[in-house]
Write a protein that binds this ligand. Sequence first.
Ligand code: ADP
Ligand code: MG
Length: 553
Amino acid sequence: MAPIRILPPDVVNKIAAGEVVERPASVVKELVENALDAGATEIRVDAEDGGRRLIRVTDNGSGIAPEDLPLAFASHATSKLSAAEDLWRISTFGFRGEALASVGAVARVRLVSRSEGRDGAEIVVEYGAASPVRPAAAAPGTVVEVRNLFHNVPVRRRFLRSAEVETEHVVEAFWRFAVARPEVRFELFLEGERRYCLAPAERRSRIGVFFGEEVAGSLLEISREDFHAYLAPPQHSRVNAKGLCFFLNGRFIRDRVLMRAVNEAYREMIPHGRYPVAFLFLSLPPEEVDVNVHPTKIEVRFRSVWKLHDRIAAALRGRLLGGDLAPRVEPPSREAAVARGAVAAAGGASGAVVEFFSSGGGAPPLVSAGRRVFQVHDRYLVEEVEDGLRIIDQHALHERVMLEDLRRQYANASIPRQRLLMPAVVELDGRRRARLDECRELLESFGIEVEDYGRDAVAVRAVPALVAESDPAALLTDLLDLEKEEPGQSMLDRALGFLACRAAVKFGRRLSGEEIARLLEDASALDFSSACAHGRPTAVKLTLDDLERYFRR
Ligand code: ADP
Ligand code: MG
């Protein structure tokens, strides 16, 4: 074995770059953070070829003194932290002093800066090697230009996606800042063309720019001492969590527990597998959070996370219910049950349900030969089985049945499709457009026919017959929003699962006796212990033994 050596700085920086600079969008993030840390009130971002050819961030912040320019690119050199205790009261984005050193290690970077009362100066760092500092004409503030990113790291370059996809990541990094800091003026230029020009504005209108005016106009607000939230009504839910955004002290973060808190607030208002659109802005004292757990600081650690969770969940839920948006799910009152019973008594299982609950004595009728089943709360089927009883989630079971059908039909290339009388025109943003280009063939293979319609729109001409009732525009955008990188599941599996879910009877829909009989019949080939398309169970069983134990017989 070779002797132990301390790694030379260029190797250290290249390693750090691996953590901090994943793709062009990460460079945009680091540079804009530096600009904000420097107190900039105007920031312009330029990107070309998805950021591979050029990323430029221009700010009107404090600037850097000429003699500090080489230090800005040295690793672990920062103006934002001096002692370890400072780590507990960080209020700037940066503090590790790693970003410029990392970017300088994997690209050609030119930084021009002018600080107050000083002359402008520039420095060029090319794959780790710094030029001498030279005088340069400059406006107050800083311009950082990054060219040929990853030119010297072919592995990284190969992992980059198409220019469209990388551009979408850049736009994503950009909107997070624009929404986090509405008092700052932001501009974004792509391939030299101005795409966004955002004057200082209300946060709500910034949200509108990126999430649509309709969503922005519908947002409910709620404020507490340490957070402010904007909540979209449940009907704006999406198949991915991209509209569920958390900011901590102005920093975009990801956090599972916060995610749970918001989902908890929306529970039963949004179907399984969908996510609400909501923006949560936390302002916590720096000592309540540790932001030094992740190199890009996108994950943080809260001191008392479950307390925070409970408070947020309760406050948001209260606001949503107060907003009177929720299809409130309460057990039917006795009177209502009797009234419904009278209507439904003429036919089938639902009448029997009421009968069963209101008189407490009558046996439920058979809905099909040899089976005793009834529906409760329009959501579950309760079935008597040989050694006990089974409670079935009607939606999950139906979804499972649909999924098996779809898989079989797909394998025979025979998913029935329905041509639309009126093609549905759908506007696509850049991200969805890029997605469509990637998976158009796949969509066609299961019956979604799409045609280009102008520059930013497409027309849906046919959909799978199974989901012919659904809004074709929403169907397409939801499919394009499906996360493609889910471990262990192909895009095809996910898409079929999604269609099955769409086609399945809703949780909360009253089923007729015939419908129940058909569902159980269709499901008879399935193993009841099997899961639905989302991996949830379809049924639970209580045996007579379980019941006897419970009643201490
Ligand atoms: P960090 O932000 O963690 O301090 P960076 O490598 O991102 O580390 O930046 C190093 C230093 O360079 C910063 O601490 C700051 O002093 C200076 N700097 C970088 N970008 C700017 C900018 N746009 N305006 C003013 N100073 C900057
Ligand atoms: Mg920084």
